[in-house]
Ligand binder design. Structure first.
Ligand code: PCA
Length: 160
């Protein structure tokens, strides 16, 4: 087998701006960032609160399993390079952290995937609407990091 094919492939479940048609999807498809392949649509087996938070309208999966909905997203297979670049985009582990969670398809095929979530968050984020599916929209437009105010500390901003 060639070296190219023997690399380690990692499954990642994305539920926010990395999905197809969403503002950061280009990060997953840019070949300089590494390899990615769409596998399937899926939902988390656990319920989680998925909310839109901060003045920048960022989708957050909050680490409070059992609360919220079974969250819809997409599974990708990525190589180590892409995985490292996803950590860069998500500022993981400073902002988002990640963990392995079980997700399941419409046909009840289950698989373990990495997903990005917020472990430390102000309680008030839980009172926002719990979504089962994120879509960027005109009422709450996503603001990418390069357009955010630099002086605001990211974690403090979650309470906004
Ligand atoms: N990007 C990651 C986490 C939240 C976000 O906007 C994702 O789509 O899963």
């Amino acid at each position: 087998m060639s070296a190219k094919l023997s690399g380690n492939l990692i499954k990642v479940f994305v539920y926010g701006t990395l999905k197809r048609g969403e503002p950061n999807h280009h990060w997953l498809t840019r070949t300089e960032n590494g390899h990615s392949r769409f596998v399937c649509e899926a939902r988390t087996v656990q319920k989680f609160p998925l909310v839109i938070g901060t003045r920048y309208n960022i989708p957050f999966l909050l680490n409070k399993p059992g609360t919220g909905r079974n969250v819809c997203g997409e599974v990708y297979e990525v190589d180590d390079t892409m995985f490292a670049n996803l950590d860069v985009l998500e500022d993981c582990p400073n902002y988002y952290e990640r963990e392995i969670q079980q997700v399941t398809t419409e046909d009840n095929v289950s698989m373990d995937c990495w997903l990005y979530l917020i472990k430390q968050f102000p309680e008030q984020l839980l009172s926002k609407r719990h979504l089962d599916s994120y879509h960027n929209n005109a009422a709450q437009p996503y603001c990418e990091r390069s357009a955010r105010l630099p002086e605001v500390k990211a974690k403090e901003d979650m309470a906004y």
